[in-house]
Design a binder for this molecule. Sequence first.
Ligand SMILES: C=CC1=C(C)c2cc3[nH]c(cc4nc(cc5[nH]c(cc1n2)c(C)c5CCC(=O)O)C(CCC(=O)O)=C4C)c(C)c3C=C
Ligand code: FE2
Ligand code: FE2
Length: 337
Amino acid sequence: MDQANNSAPKAKSFGILMVNLGTPEAPTPKAVRAYLKEFLSDVRVVDAPRIIWWFVLRIILLIRPKPVSEAYASIWTEEGSPLLAISKKQAAALRLHLKQDMGKDIPVELAMTYGNPSILSASNALRSKGVERILILPMYPQFSSSTTAAIYDKLSDLLKQCPHLPEMRWIRDFHDVPGYIDALAHSVKQQWEKTGQSEKLLMSFHGVPERYTAKGDPYERQCRKTAELLAEKLALQPEQWQCCFQSRFGREEWVKPYTDHTLKQWGKDGIKSVDIICPAFSADCLETLEEIQVENKEYFIEAGGETYNYVPALNDNPDHIELLSNLVQQHTQGWDL
Ligand SMILES: C=CC1=C(C)c2cc3[nH]c(cc4nc(cc5[nH]c(cc1n2)c(C)c5CCC(=O)O)C(CCC(=O)O)=C4C)c(C)c3C=C
Ligand SMILES: [Fe+2]
Ligand SMILES: [Fe+2]
């Protein structure tokens, strides 16, 4: 019998498109303005009618870049923006871990929804490596129309130019995956080993407008589920923890309770010590390193609190990378044959 007919068809190679939000190129008003312009022009992020939003955005872009660039300057590192530097480390660690687990090189390309490296350049890099099947890995444990769906939109816009499409699969969310909850619990326990357990654990998630939940965005529900599972894993009593939402933007009501209000109230109520974790952020960034670690700490201490411990994001912790590798392997079943 013909040898060629007998052998299985050659497996098409697959690659991973790891995507996070994006960050300015530099901690300067000019770079922050360019970043905010692209980010805040996306209808998935701000869904206001375009004519009205166009006027409002012009004002925001006059006022916001200066203070926000100062906040970025305060967290900037030699490797650049923490979000980008950590994301690069996550991509490299995932590449290494997949090689160990799967015994071969699986291309992993990092992309940002806004700014660089763009989804276009990362997709082209995968194509140049001969990848015919792409697994999209949004680095958001909880699905939101304002983050994960924005990646879908960008990618579909880009694919409109392509005469031939790759096969694609998505990791839509992993808010309740045991490996994710375990990794969060492990990071809290490590904090407790270093500093002792505080009176309260505050789980602070990035907020979204209440209207988004009303329209069917599952984000708030998924955040609450993550928080419940983490509390259960840590065997916390209801009075020992609280789920809150941070990073409000604009004047409308966002999902509650608000992180800053809660910390001020706890300080006034005589709570002396708090541990705070931000499970919606897979990498430390402006919203954790400045807003949570600095700004909200001040609110708590000024209101009478004494001890405030920020539990870092999962970043490139080994159990985070193990979780990502397991998710990749589950979602590519049948592709590696
Ligand atoms: C305008 C509305 C915004 C929505 C809705 C929103 C949702 C959302 N964002 C993240 C994750 C991140 N956001 C970050 C920064 C950031 N977010 C907004 C606005 C909205 N986010 C702004 C305007 C900014 C920029 C900073 C500022 O001007 O205040 C970041 C950090 C980026 C960095 O460079 O470090 C992350 C990460 C999630 C998960 C989310 C909803 C689910
Ligand atoms: Fe945000
Ligand atoms: Fe593994």
